[in-house]
Design a protein around this ligand. Structure first.
Ligand SMILES: Nc1ncnc2c1ncn2[C@@H]1O[C@H](COP(=O)(O)OP(=O)(O)OP(=O)(O)O)[C@@H](O)[C@H]1O
Ligand SMILES: [Mg+2]
Length: 243
């Protein structure tokens, strides 16, 4: 297995065309090691979800290359991309994105439906994932019958049900109070530590970024502002002179 989980080289993402084109990512490059936990910080509209969509195989770069575990995502056919989404990556979306008419277990089974698993295997995998996030007693609850933190944990279980090597989490605690957010992060941390999952976590929360990640990447004006380790960025923050 290659050493690096992610290699981004001169990644450009521009939405629209001509006079209405919006350049969001402007030649960004980065390398992420296997098992590394990255926190992605940046102002609203800076391109965090855009980058996650590219890494998750939900959208394609305008130019530049993205390698994930040694495979060039930008060269995948749509069929290979679908396979990649099914086997390699798990995504916790901004907002929960749960289907309201389905139970917790059915929501968690969804990513497996296209994978040719039997109903019995899907069910077993969903129960295992819900158990991992502490919800084995809420299998048949629908989203409206669950608290915000519980819904978020269902969304986490859905992202983990295929045991992804790469987990992409877009503001997984954005809608939660701080103690519920702490619980959710604990559940997530326990899982990724146990499985040595590579993680890119988007957050607005500097504190969470420092607690959870090995390294912080900040997007500003379409580029990574710096590439600091958590320790170095803490030092830099402490050394900052108040204006
Ligand atoms: N499909 C799209 N078409 C056109 N513009 C888009 C599209 N998706 C996003 N954008 C624009 O790209 C920019 C980056 O959006 P993105 O969703 O990546 O921001 P973000 O950093 O995730 O913000 P937030 O913190 O608010 O979630 C925004 O200006 C947005 O309006
Ligand atoms: Mg976003």
């Amino acid at each position: 297995m290659p050493d690096s989980a992610l290699e981004l080289a001169n990644v450009v993402k521009t939405y629209g065309e001509g006079s209405v084109s919006i350049p969001v990512l402007k030649e960004i490059s980065a390398t992420v090691a296997t098992g590394e936990r990255i926190a992605l910080l940046g102002k609203s509209g800076s391109g965090k979800s855009t980058l996650l969509n590219l890494l998750g195989g939900l959208d394609r770069t305008t130019s530049g290359s993205i390698s994930v575990f040694g495979s060039r995502l930008d060269e995948f056919t749509s069929r290979q991309m679908a396979q990649y989404r099914l086997e390699t990556v798990g995504i916790i979306f901004q907002g929960y994105n749960l289907l309201s008419m389905k139970t917790a277990r059915e929501n968690v089974e969804l990513p497996l439906i296209f994978g040719g698993f039997s109903a019995r295997d899907r069910r077993a995998a969903a129960v295992k994932a819900l158990d991992a996030v502490g919800l084995c007693d809420r299998l048949d609850h629908k989203p409206t019958e669950l608290s915000g933190g519980e819904q978020q944990r269902v969304a986490i279980a859905r992202a983990l049900v295929n045991q992804p090597k790469l987990l992409l989490a877009d503001e997984p605690t954005g809608n939660l109070d701080s103690s519920t957010a702490d619980e959710v992060i604990e559940v997530l941390s326990a899982y990724v530590s146990e499985h040595a999952t590579t993680v890119v976590l988007v957050t607005h929360d500097d504190d969470l970024a420092e607690r959870f990640s090995d390294r912080i990447l900040r997007i500003q004006d379409g580029q990574f502002q710096d590439n600091l380790s958590v320790a170095a960025s803490t030092e830099a923050d402490n050394g900052e002179v108040a204006p």
